[in-house]
Design a protein. Structure first.
Length: 73
């Protein structure tokens, strides 16, 4: 189980607890909005990290081949 899925499950549990324990509708809605923003931020950050790793892998391949050519020459 990945850390992202654990975080999303925790946000869902916190949202359920907030829904059941908070009685003021404005406070409940505000809490749920904040939890939703944290969940979205977590998902976007995960995509950003995965995208950067793919870019580094693609960028390092030409550098490796260029360094081998320089070392051979």
């Amino acid at each position: 189980m990945s850390r992202l899925s654990i975080a999303l499950i925790c946000y869902a549990v916190l949202g359920a607890l907030a829904w059941t324990t908070l009685t003021d509708p404005r406070l409940r809605a505000g809490t749920l909005v904040i939890l939703a923003l944290f969940a979205v931020k977590s998902v976007l950050r995960r995509r950003d990290v995965l995208h950067v790793d793919e870019d580094e892998d693609k960028a390092s391949e030409p550098e490796k081949s260029a360094s081998v050519e320089v070392a051979d020459g």
